[in-house]
Design a protein around this ligand. Sequence first.
Ligand SMILES: Cc1ncc(COP(=O)(O)O)c(C=O)c1O
Length: 390
Amino acid sequence: MDVANLRQQIPALKSSIYLNAGGIGPSPLPVTNALLRLANQVSEEGPDGMAFSREEFTRAKETRAKVARFLGAGDDEITLARSTAEGFDIVGHGLRWQAGDEVVFGGGDHPAARAIWAILARRHGIRPIRLDLRDDSPEAILEDARKLMTPRTRLVSISHVTSENGLRVPARELADLAHEHGAYLMLDGCQAVGQFPIDVHELGCDFYAAGAYKWLLSPFGTGFLWTRRELLPSIEPSWVGAGGTIGFDPETATWDPLPTGEKFEFGARYWPLVPAMGAAIDFVSSVGLGAIAARERDLVERMRERLRGRPGVIEFAPRCTSLRTGVVGAAVEGMTGADLAERLRARRTHLRANRGPGALTGVRLCLAFFVTEDEVDATADAIADIAAGR
Ligand SMILES: Cc1ncc(COP(=O)(O)O)c(C=O)c1O
């Protein structure tokens, strides 16, 4: 991987050390240019080309196909969405629930994938049941999950990779467990897409929702939902408007949804974002997801090694190596994560505070493929300096 050349295409890396791909990823020039080109076209030609959703302007079909290829899915199974939560809301509100139905969710899940179950508990009396993730082995996670399954379990809903410490769950095994109990598996891929190759059929899940603006480097406000083809007819659209239909007769208000994932897309959208997401998928795919995963693993090990043994510095990551992704946590004894994050930001490092084991708080270091070895070393030195009171 030609990291130096790739970095040339990501302007935000010139002025800072960017360790927050798990928050919002810095877009490369081809992504920003796709957005700007269309924004300029709107400005120069007027916006009605966009309003009429001409394919040559919106590139919605082409982008849906790119998302599909990226996930190993069919074009018809993809919904273009604005965020992860939109995918969870589509599925959560679209399934039919009975009081007492159970949803097993991950203790580390983001509100984007969690809030919906609280709403449905109030509205339909479903029971959200929390699975806290142990980090010692995939088997430990499965053992705990198995204990929570009952004949009332309808869905297991969990982060493919968690926000706080980048723990990657054993998705295939969770899918098998859910299916053994007649339940579905829905994954939140927001922290996963762009970190390693994803094939929804290998994962065996039923729904996969993700925002594309983190490790995948697409603009903020982009994302997608994948729904297994056979399940599309059973998910009724809850939010509707113009679009997503075969036909709408205003006289009779006959409303026929499309049979595809496009049936969940409705209303006015800022279409230039869509081809920009396509450009991000192209960029990251051309770097290679396998190579990205391997590089992130190396950077994580390097960071851990550089932090280990420094007085007053604690590093943390999931204990089991196979559960790790491109994230390491670092804390300084006697200092909150928020303070440490503030001090590192003052040294022009983008990152955010996170929680470590127990009551420990620290900072989350997201080591995306574009981070250099020198930046890893400089960050470890900066944390050691702060711990030493310098
Ligand atoms: C695991 C996970 N899911 C979802 C989100 C964000 O959700 P949304 O795209 O709906 O804003 C985040 C953001 O931090 C996240 O870490």
